[in-house]
Design a protein around this ligand. Structure first.
Ligand SMILES: [Zn+2]
Ligand SMILES: [Zn+2]
Length: 767
């Protein structure tokens, strides 16, 4: 029945090997009579062509075998019968691999032959046990097994089996678990590989990858070791040509977003020292919300162990919004100075009013010199985080400490009460000797609320904001990411932020907050503020209910007292002043200056006076719905009436199509049109030439130097000199010294300098 198989004849060959004859041209015609041409005719040296059948639409051998499975009887489903035709070599491999799974062995590619035209004419696929072990005494599964299939080409560039050996000289696997151990069955196909790459790029651990692929529960034939080695290979691939990939990515980003700015600082060799970048949206956001900026750094986000600094602000929806990111080689004052000054120059020189950083002294010094106008404060979040680290034992020992400590630094706004509270806290928990707390108290003006109530912080110091750079990025960026992946993931992170912002915009537009107090000023607040800020406003309005106006004076001064009796009346007394024109209201508590939202005292007075709207000078634009409307212009750019760049492109194509297709074009019109187009084309070419240097690189002014990646840090672990090998050499040398063999000693010591022999390759060479 082999003879009738798909128009193939079987003829015994001189060597006794079964050779197959094939009538390619008659395939599908079903003539019944088959042509009989000698084998050699289509193994001619002149053969050339594609690597596999193209677009033949023929059923694959695997599908055919499955279809015919019922009629096979005792025979394996994927019996690799002689003459079986495949569309490609890969298909043949897959087919034979399935057969080997059924039988219980593994396969690999054997010898092949390629002719002068680089056209493969012969391919052996052999049993994994084929061949001899490399060394007599090495551990090897090779037993010189002869089982194999030999593939030759069909005339239409497919393959067919010309030789099949089915006997093995070794035991076969009998169970699923054993079968899995053959490398060919644990093989990961390219689609799965892509999937693994995606997972790894998204910070999924190898263990999780295995469990997603079903490796751990045995539902997949893939083994953990294989996944591991694939992951290692992917990581290697990722690292390769990192700088080229990064440059390409940045250029791409820049084409999509013409407002984007990238600044690089390189050393003499062209190696990147620092890199700072901001997208168009970042810059526009900075315009609206750049008066308060927090800056802090995070580690272990990239392969080069470069600290990554993040400029973050808060938008009108009270969300963190990114202004820019900077990769630094080290964290010296000089590095920060570069970062801050470049950041300011990207943002058109507009300095923030307040800059909040962590407790890093270098950052503080850099901020002082580069942004002298800005007030520098410590970020409350970092202070608390450090406190948790240093005072962990106190936190866990007394459960009341956390509550009292946090209350003290969150709600107390009077200096006297803060200082008294601090001292009593130290006394109560016996913390008088704590050095960290001593330092904190000494530097209280840098972080404690009472000392900068009048400093505008846009709520960045409030409890709701708990987002350090590390906190925000760790979900997005895999540890030890190469630079291009880092940049890509960082921009993905930004898209995600944008998405959150769009959601809030949508909700602000459509979701109305219920009216709670029904006072006229509430209605006005609802009109102007975004949803989140309206929430803040309503909370303050609620608080205002607890105050009573104790005294008023003619010049618009109001004395307010908290009605609750438990509170210290002296501390709860405050003075509110309304300007004569009713366009400004001020309060001694300083909350408005700090946050930009009216405090409860001011609201109490405004409600008392039945004011219908928030005073003009107390309505900060950055919290209103209208704050970021300038962002709309980002995509429209220079030609606002033609929409986005994409829209402009399609409009251009449409116009050209219309001109070219709707009617006859007279000669003179054709010439003039072509002239105009040619002119536009050459103009754009000139323009693109001048815009070539898209990325500003500092220090790379010599033309012969190309950009290079930063150096990778040395791997941690046992230093080379303590390795077993050098220990052995040390023993040898000592022995030689004892025996007096000086020449051997010299030889060995030279050898030891370079144990691998030859040149030692540096890390960047390997990259
Ligand atoms: Zn075998
Ligand atoms: Zn107040």
């Amino acid at each position: 029945n082999l003879i009738s198989f798909r128009g193939i004849n079987r003829v015994p060959d001189i060597q006794g090997e079964e050779r197959l004859q094939q009538n390619i041209f008659n395939q599908g015609k079903n003539t019944g009579q088959l042509a009989y041409t000698p084998n050699t005719s289509y193994r001619s040296r002149a053969l050339k062509g594609p690597n596999s059948r193209i677009g033949t639409g023929l059923e694959s051998a695997i599908a055919k075998a499955i279809r015919d499975a019922a009629t096979r009887g005792e025979k394996p489903v994927f019996y690799s019968a002689m003459g079986t035709v495949f569309n490609s070599c890969q298909e043949a491999w897959d087919f034979y691999n399935l057969y080997s799974w059924e039988i219980g062995f593994g396969i690999r590619y054997g010898r092949s032959r390629t002719n002068d035209n680089e056209y493969m004419t012969k391919m052996n696929i052999v049993c994994s046990c084929e061949g001899r072990p490399e060394h007599e005494d090495s551990n090897s599964i090779r037993t010189q097994c002869k089982a194999m299939i030999r593939l030759l080409r069909t005339k239409d560039h497919g393959w067919y089996i010309t030789k099949f050996v089915g006997d093995h000289n070794h035991p076969l696997s009998e169970s699923y678990g054993e079968n899995k151990q053959w490398p060919s069955h644990g093989h990961i196909d390219s689609r799965t590989k892509d999937f693994i790459r995606k997972l790894r790029e998204n910070n999924v651990s190898i263990g999780r990858v295995c469990s997603i692929l079903g490796v751990t529960d045995g539902s997949s034939t893939i083994r953990k070791e294989v996944v591991r080695s694939v992951c290692a290979k992917l990581a290697q691939e990722n690292i390769k040509d990192d700088i080229e990939k990064t440059q390409q990515l940045l250029e791409e980003m820049k084409t999509k977003d013409p407002l984007m700015d990238v600044r690089l600082k390189v050393n003499k060799e062209g190696r990147i020292k620092s890199m700072l970048w901001s997208t168009g949206k970042n810059k526009l956001d900075y315009k609206s919300f750049g008066n308060v900026v927090t800056f802090d750094t995070t580690y272990r986000t990239n392969l080069y162990n470069m600290p990554f600094g993040l400029f973050v602000g808060v938008n009108n929806h009270f969300q963190s919004t990114v202004f820019g990111g900077v990769l630094l080689t080290s964290e010296t004052t000089k590095d920060f100075e570069w970062a801050f000054s470049q950041f300011l120059s990207i943002m058109g020189g507009k300095a923030p009013v307040t800059i909040l950083t962590d407790q890093c002294a270098a950052m503080e010094a850099a901020a002082k010199t580069t942004i002298p106008s800005a007030r520098h404060r410590w970020c409350r979040w970092h202070v608390l985080k450090k406190a948790k680290e240093y005072l962990g034992h106190v936190y866990s020992k007394y459960n009341t400490f956390k509550k009292e400590f946090h209350h003290l630094i969150t709600y107390v706004t009077s200096r006297r009460r803060f200082e008294l509270g601090w001292i009593s806290l130290l006394h109560q928990y016996n913390l008088g000797g704590n050095r960290y707390l001593k330092r904190l108290f000494r530097k209280r003006a840098k972080w404690a609320k009472p000392y900068f109530m009048g400093v505008f912080c846009a709520g960045m110091t409030s409890t709701q904001r708990s987002e350090s750079a590390n906190h925000m990025l760790k979900k997005y960026i895999p540890r030890a990411a190469p630079m291009h992946l880092f940049v890509r993931k960082f921009s993905e992170f930004q898209y995600d932020r944008q998405d959150q912002e769009d959601k809030e915009k949508h909700l602000t537009k459509l979701k109305q907050k219920a009216t709670h107090f029904n006072v006229p000023i509430e209605k006005h607040a609802k009109e102007v503020y975004t949803r989140t800020m309206l929430g803040h406003f309503l909370r303050e309005l609620y608080e205002s209910g607890a105050y009573a106006i104790a005294d008023t004076s003619v010049d618009g001064k109001f004395i307010l007292v908290h009605t609750s009796e438990d509170n210290d009346p002296a501390a709860c007394k405050t003075e509110v002043k309304l300007a004569a024109d009713k366009k400004r209201i001020s309060c001694k508590c300083g909350l408005y200056e700090h946050m930009g939202m009216l405090c409860h005292h001011q609201l109490k007075v405004l409600v008392h006076l039945d004011q219908r709207s928030i005073p003009e000078h107390n309505l900060m634009k950055r919290w209103t719905k209208a704050a970021s409307t300038s962002g709309v212009g980002m995509t429209t750019g220079a030609a606002p009436n033609h929409g986005t760049e994409e829209a402009r492109r399609s409009l251009l194509v449409k116009m050209a199509m219309e001109l070219a297709t709707t009617r006859d074009i007279p000669d003179e019109e054709y010439t003039s049109l072509m002239e105009a187009m040619e002119k536009a084309r050459s103009a754009s070419r000139d323009k693109s030439n001048t815009h070539n240097s898209k990325i500003q690189t500092m220090g790379l002014d010599k033309p012969g130097i190309s950009l290079q990646c930063p150096l990778r840090p040395a791997k941690k672990g046992r230093p080379q000199s303590t390795s077993l090998r050098s220990w052995q050499q040390g023993v040898k040398r000592r022995r030689n010294i004892r025996t007096g063999d000086k020449s051997m000693d010299r030889l060995l010591s030279e050898d030891e300098k370079n144990p691998r022999g030859g040149r030692t390759r540096s890390v960047q060479e390997l990259l």
